[in-house]
Design a protein around this ligand. Structure first.
Ligand SMILES: Cc1ncc(COP(=O)(O)O)c(C=O)c1O
Length: 384
């Protein structure tokens, strides 16, 4: 049965003016470009979210954040995490930030000394490879094993030992490989981090987006040891598609970190958008049906990808997130693969080099099924 999202044509998306669809030009055959790079979805917002934004305008709620709105948001977030992931963080320990990047920069600034190394598994989310240097920290990459995109505890241990890093950036569900980590993997990471007296920035922004019955396991919930060294960051911005509304959450895992945040969190909290907080509360509290429908739709898109005949491309169908990794190394292209497929297929993807893994590409699946089918056909036809 047709889904309303099926009607979101490429022409309509281009006319919409989003960043994802505003890459200028055409491909080598004169076709319009299909936007499949930045991590946002083409789907219209959840009714509860749209209503919350409209209501905030009607009620003149464009002023500074009131404590009561923060408390409502924290309670809605805690209830959602409890219901979906079996972890009920204390709402008092859920604090607003404009976005996960701000949570990361605050954590790096305050938990690592200038000049010190920060570990980032690669391929990784592009800004995470750039932010450490911007903050005068050294980026240390820990390559993920292609076999299942696992974070090898021995490699992690060696990276900590060689670099003396005090912080690991752990993204789960993982962008860009779509891996969803299980309890055993989280426990292995915890043991290594603890052995080196380090900390974890647990980026769980994609937490609600898992498939095939997988359930997100919050790192800080995995053990008291993990909770004692983790700063968790999340947001409704991926699952409900609200990145422009500028509201994320930091979840403090222990009393000491909550006291730390009381000291340092003011600046980050101050940049959080009031309508974003109100919309986030609505998403967590009243956007669950919409989310489940989106998950089912995205699952259909995963099936389209899994069924695509793309010889020469090593395709990772994501376990979570709506991002898929296509490794084009075997094609032997003499240019970045995203350049090739943008020109020859008219599909705009993120190049693996930006993720720390040249030869690969990140494809965003969160578009209308017919548009994705077209994108996959174009990619298939362009294969050398
Ligand atoms: C893993 C991950 N972390 C962080 C972000 C950025 O989130 P924010 O806009 O809240 O900074 C993204 C966006 O795609 C992401 O995929």
């Amino acid at each position: 049965m047709a889904h309303p999202f099926d009607a979101l044509t490429a022409d309509a998306m281009r006319a919409g003016g989003s960043w994802k669809w505003s890459t200028a030009g055409t491909d080598a055959r004169g076709r319009g470009l299909i936007g499949a790079f930045v991590a946002e979805m083409d789907f219209p917002p959840a009714p509860a979210v749209a209503e919350a934004v409209r209501a905030s305008a009607d009620a003149n709620h464009f002023g500074y954040l009131a404590d009561a709105w923060v408390a409502d948001m924290a309670a809605a977030c805690a209830a959602f995490w409890s219901d979906r992931f079996g972890w009920a963080p204390d709402p008092e320990r859920i604090r607003p930030v404009p976005d996960v990047l701000t949570a990361l920069t605050t954590t790096i600034r305050h938990f690592t000394p200038p000049g010190s190394p920060v570990l980032v598994p690669t391929p990784g989310y592009m800004p995470f490879l750039r932010v450490p240097a911007m903050l005068d920290r050294e980026l240390v990459r820990v390559p993920l094993a292609r076999d299942g995109w696992t974070l090898d505890p021995d490699a992690l241990d060696a990276a900590f030992a060689a670099s003396g890093a005090g912080l690991l950036v752990l993204v789960n569900p993982h962008n860009p490989t779509g891996r969803v980590l299980g309890e055993a993997e989280l426990a292995a990471v915890t043991a290594v981090v603890e052995r080196h007296g380090a900390r974890v920035f647990a980026d769980e922004i994609h937490a609600p987006l898992t498939f095939d019955g997988r359930v997100h396991r919050p790192y800080a919930a995995s053990s008291p040891v993990a909770a004692a060294h983790a700063v968790t960051a999340t947001s409704a911005s991926k699952a409900w598609n609200l990145p422009g509304l500028k509201c994320g959450q930091v979840i403090l895992g222990n009393d000491a970190d909550a006291a730390w945040w009381d000291d340092v969190g003011y600046l980050a909290e101050h940049s959080t958008a009031t309508p974003g907080v109100l919309a986030t509360t609505a998403a967590y509290a009243h956007g669950r049906e919409w989310l489940d429908d989106v998950l089912a739709y995205l699952d259909g898109n995963r099936t389209l990808l899994a069924g695509a005949d793309l010889p020469g491309l090593d395709v990772t169908v994501p376990e979570g997130t709506y991002l898929a990794w296509l490794d084009a190394t075997a094609l032997g292209l003499d240019e970045p693969p995203s350049d090739f497929f943008r020109r020859e297929a008219g599909v705009v993807m993120t190049d693996g080099a930006a993720c720390g893994r040249p030869g690969g590409m990140r494809l965003n699946l969160a578009m209308a099924g017919p548009v994705l089918a077209d994108a996959l056909e174009r990619i298939a036809a362009a294969l050398p």
